[in-house]
Design a protein around this ligand. Sequence first.
Ligand code: HT7
Ligand code: ZN
Length: 857
Amino acid sequence: VNVKRRLDYQPPLYTITNVVMHVQLHATATRIKTVSTVQRVGDHNSPLFLDGEKMQLLSLAVNGEAYNLYSHVEGGISLTEVPDTFELTVETEIDPQNNKALEGLYLSNGVFCTQCEAEGFRRITYFLDRPDVLAKYEVTVSGDKEKYPTLLANGNPIAKGEESDGTHWVTWQDPHPKPCYLFALVAGDFDLLEDSYTTTSGRDVKLELYVDKGKRDKGVFALESLKRAMKWDEDTFGLEYDLDIYMIVAVDFFNMGAMENKGLNVFNSKFVLADQDSATDEDFFNVESVIAHEYFHNWTGNRVTCRDWFQLSLKEGLTVFRDQQFSADMTSALSNRIKHVRVMREHQFAEDASAMSHPIRPDEVIEMNNFYTVTVYDKGAEVIRMFHTLLGADGFRKGMDEYFRRHDGQAVTCDDFVAAMQTATERDLSHFAKWYSQSGTPVVGVSRMYDKQKRTLHISLSQHTPATANQQEKEPLYIPVAFECIDDTGKHYPDDDGLIKDGLVILDKPSVSLMFSDVPESCLPVVLGNFSAPVKVDNPLSAKELLQIFRFADDPFNRWDAMQSLYDWCITQIELDKSVPDSVWKALADVIAAEKDNHELLGECLSIPSFETLCQTRVGVDVAALASARQSFCAQFASELQSALLTVWNGFSSVSYTYKQTDVNARRCKNVALGHLARTADGEALIEKQFAEADNMTDSLGALRAAQSGSAEVFNSLMTAFEQKWNHDPLVLDKWFALNATTEREDILAHITMLKSHPQFTMGNPNRVRALIGSFAFYNPVGFHQPDGSGYQYVTDYLLELDQHNPQVAARIVTPLTQWQNYADKHQQKMKAQLTRLVNHEGLSKDVFEKVSKSLA
Ligand code: HT7
Ligand code: ZN
């Protein structure tokens, strides 16, 4: 296998400055004629290597003359003796209808659509498919007018016409040089939503949103979100849109969430279509955030792009951070922050503890598609957030301005980003930059010593990063630790030496000591406010102390986190066959009463840490034992706090649905409470009432989720009603598939087998596959980790089949199997047996091979 290494980067030997393409659409035989202006870079005689895969080469010409000094080599063609500057004409033929990998140009559901990031353009034509080759494109798309009335590509439409044979064509011109991964083409028959936006400097931009026929009304929220994102980027970063038209197309078959192609974003319809009947509050949130994410890429990704794919976090970490800030401004800061932290703890920490652990800027890659990870995206965003914390909003803005001033129109590296931040703010960020190269989750240890006589408190903060698969040696990082010291009356204390500045302690060596004089014994160190760094914390605190933090910490994130730690502690008690003290139940009832009107905090505080989060605070997890301890805590929680929970559930008088933050918070609170009440005798009636009366998907789904932990009979009858109602809507049906897949039941594997033959299920659609098989593997711990290994075997069987069609999606769903390190030996053996089966399978894709072989190494 071909391993690519970051340090082997070489600038391109040739570049392409101009591209003129003609694409003649045909379901099984699309023809593409590409005329590229090629230039030799520097003084050399090396051949010109062009990437190309899975196509037929029809002809090749240099300066208009047929050229035969080329040979097919692995992954492309090699041309010798080419002139220094010339026009290269390549004609290729591809089969979009049978492209089930959904990379390059594919035809699904009657829609032609491209996905070129990371390396899909090489499935359309032979090209220098690398992000540091930037060219201007003019693209003519032609196709059957009746089947494909809409023909789109990047940039502005400059000409169109019709032929007598029933075809028509449109020519698009994109004035901005771009790497080929941002190329896009779409053709189909859509409904169109139109709008416009005037930028601060007065440029009128046409906004166009293309959706499946009949779904216009479900696109309104996405279009409104786009305008909010455009305004926010102007206000926050001074960044305006730079073309006359911005198009978004929603498609049903898509490997990921969305794609930021210049001027022509392609979206998974799941992140565009939303209305109150069919979308939950969470769906609305996701639509707004993904719309914003792709829009923000126009500057962080498109105008300034990546030099090579190892630098992916340059655009993704930064753009995720930007969309997080936007969402926090549009909705609310606390629930957003908690959402991000859950992703980090449930998924990124798990990745970092597995053999797929990698720095946010990876060093070695076999298949680039495998590196669109929670590490590159979400830990990458946490690193950007730390810049923001350290430099302040103004310093960060200065750094961003400098980054664009230096690099607009270029393909650059993470080091270039750090350098711009550093120069603009006159800070030495060289130690901080180690976050780009070191993988693993640091553990920040907190220890304290109180001297009763002297009334002094000594607190030591230490850091340690456990070795990871790719790196044995770890160095101390530069970690901003938000810090509060509070006593049991809520009084806050400064440290003697002023090491706490603006609420932050910089932990930049193995350990740092803080001294507090003349303080009471009840003083506690409260660390990592707002999750100020992507680390785990080892701060041994009793239940009483955690409750003290909940009562008195200034930082609302810390208050929530104290409750999470308290629940984790309670579950540990149960694992140790001990009971949860009455004082805790009493305190929890007080918490609910005290925060009854603070729906946002209460909703979050009533949520018990997920099974996946609990795994990250334990080693050698015995799945059935941990799941049963969690269950039993949840059951006690419900019975001990039943009347308080009922008050919460009743507390939100249901006015008619609007997606506004106060209502979102209240609905969340109500649905979390219902989830608990499901485990009580009254649960059934409440669930049925909510399900019957719901005027929106959030409450319907809230009832169904709650029913999952109540009686099977009620659950099944509600599920049947839901399926009948929503049979026609695949996006809603995905919720139903996922609920089925995450239910605990003895016959879960037979049940999934039955669902695979549901008329709406198809292996060809990644959303369906993720809903059913992905949800099972990721979120049904008891079913997936069955003691006899049948869950692992089931998923493996499925992946072997899926891998033949769509390796990218197969490689994502294999993730839980590769994270065997966290589980008890008995699980590990059986997980590895299936991984071995996979790795030995003839014809396995390099996508799955990379993850599985690393995991077994
Ligand atoms: N930049 C986009 C990444 C993406 C992608 C990558 C590989 C294969 C398919 C893909 N679809 C989209 C999405 C984003 O981060 O905005
Ligand atoms: Zn992105």
